[in-house]
Design a protein around this ligand. Structure first.
Ligand code: PLP
Length: 481
């Protein structure tokens, strides 16, 4: 297949701009003019439409097929959201407008949208304030840990450690290390944080604890009150990784439980697709005592009901993103929350949990379930039973590709051997879940009778098994003829 550059024909065009009296050449200073024409392909409109349509078909997405990728929430995002955020008042506002003389009056709607999103997220999480700046979950984590550090610094606390349970998401210890803390790992017991193991590592040098909840086993933490009490006893703060808040919406307010910081992944839970390196939004909510340290400027509602920006934040950790973060992404969350309402958000959570438990119930008996109890929005299974046929989690994942599915997450979390992590999400129907289970169960049966057949997968895709290390480290990009 030719690339758009190979298809380019000099002089061919897809648009006919109106004739202008003056060109950029007449108007721009000489030193700003290009010396050479830009190397853009010259194509007709149809060439361009075919190019993008073809690329979209090469891609795999939730709009086309089921995508049970654990810990990623690849759910369907309703199309009305796109319409809601594409109003010109949102898309065409210059991000600096609010900061120029008289600009505030012209951006009241956008400032209100930011303010309202913060209010609604506070309502959903029980936190006292939010910053919308962080542009990914991991960046929200770093922001949250910097807030905790600022709190301890302001109090004169000497703190050097952050505790991360072994069932935490991998970004948690990475964040704590990046923020300059020593990471203290604690081993879980029965899939839960073990309060005894926690008490054993607690002392005055502990700045906080980062908890992924539900954890990477898809289990809800059972000892939260005890954990909060222990941490409080040494003036350590509690961080809640709420990236998977579609397991909690309307059912748990982490602020009420006693957490000091939470980040949400709006690009998983609320209206924006996750993955592909696209734009994200990882807003951070805080308890009362962390409000002074939030990034600025902060959007405020003034006494006269108008909205403005407050730059006067002497204890702020400073900006963590340009402008206001990814405005378009959290605007989608605003549209999603307003459309769902309180009842809709709780129902989304209930269906996410119900669907995961349905999948778990159907797969029990075909795969090992190392923590076999009610799960939240996802669960972990293990292919270890199939080891005697030399069939592994990787082989099952590859065989699923041949059936048209995206593979589940495999070999994560690290604490379960041969694991596969399934997250069906709230948007899949029972029919889809049944079809997937039927196919996966058939693959497990084939593993026993024809292991070589399973290990040969995938056979229907453009490529078979790749040397995955080389594919990542040594990538060769060429045109496919
Ligand atoms: C996805 C995820 C993250 C990281 O979010 P990014 O936006 O990819 O940086 C952190 N924690 C958990 C539990 C997650 O599922």
């Amino acid at each position: 297949m030719k690339t758009v550059f190979a298809k380019s024909v000099p002089g061919r065009t897809g648009v006919l701009p109106p004739k202008a009296d003056k060109t950029a050449r007449d108007m721009l200073p000489q030193n700003l003019l290009r010396a050479r024409r830009p190397a853009l392909p010259e194509l007709s409109e149809l060439d361009v439409v075919r190019h993008y349509s073809r690329l979209s078909r090469l891609n795999y997405g939730v709009d086309a097929n089921f995508y049970p990728l654990g810990s990623c929430t690849m759910k369907y995002n309703p199309k009305f959201i796109e319409a809601a955020v594409n109003y010109r008042g949102f898309t065409d506002t210059h991000p600096l407008l609010a900061q120029v003389d008289g600009g505030e009056a012209l951006t009241q709607g956008n400032l209100e949208a930011i303010w309202l999103t913060e209010q609604l997220l506070q309502e959903v999480t029980g936190m006292r304030a939010f910053t919308m700046q962080p542009m990914a979950g991991a960046q929200g984590e770093l922001t949250g840990i910097l807030l905790i550090a600022a709190y301890h610094r302001a109090k004169g606390n000497k703190k050097s450690k952050i505790i991360c349970p072994d069932a935490a998401h991998g970004t948690n210890p990475a964040t704590a290390a990046l923020a300059g803390y020593e990471v203290v790992n604690i081993v879980s017991k029965d899939g839960m944080v073990d309060p005894e193991a926690l008490a054993a590592v607690l002392d005055d040098s502990v700045a906080g604890l980062m908890m992924t909840c539900p954890n990477t086993l898809g289990l809800f933490e059972q000892h939260l009150p005890e954990i909060v009490r222990l941490l409080r006893s040494v003036d350590a703060l509690l961080y809640y990784d709420g990236a998977n808040f579609n397991a909690c919406m309307g059912r748990l307010r982490v602020g009420d439980v006693g957490f000091d910081v939470v980040h949400l992944n709006l690009h998983k839970t609320m209206g924006t697709p996750h993955g592909g390196g696209g734009p994200g939004s990882g807003p951070v909510g805080v308890s009362e005592r962390l409000i002074p340290f939030l990034p600025g400027p902060r959007v405020v509602k003034k006494a006269d009901g108008r909205f403005g920006l407050n730059h006067d934040l002497p204890q702020s950790i400073g900006r963590v993103a340009p402008f206001y973060g990814n405005f378009g992404v959290y605007l989608k969350a605003l549209a999603y929350i307003l459309r769902c309402g309180a009842e809709g958000l709780s129902r989304a959570t209930d269906y996410a949990v119900l669907n995961a438990n349905y999948l778990l119930a159907r797969l029990r008996g075909h795969l090992d379930i190392p923590y076999d109890r009610i799960c939240m929005h996802e669960f972990v299974a293990s292919a270890s039973k199939l080891g005697e046929y030399d069939v592994h989690a990787l082989d099952l994942a590859k065989a699923l590709l041949d059936k048209g599915y995206h593979a589940p997450t495999i070999y994560f979390p690290l604490i379960v051997k041969e694991c596969l992590m399934f997250e069906p999400t709230e948007t899949e129907s029972k029919e889809m879940l049944d079809a997937f289970c039927d196919d996966l169960i058939a693959i497990c049966e084939r593993a026993r009778t024809d292991p070589a057949g399973v290990k040969a997968a995938p056979v229907t895709l453009p490529v078979r098994r790749l040397d995955e290390t080389a594919a990542a480290r040594n990538m060769i990009l060429t045109e496919v003829e």
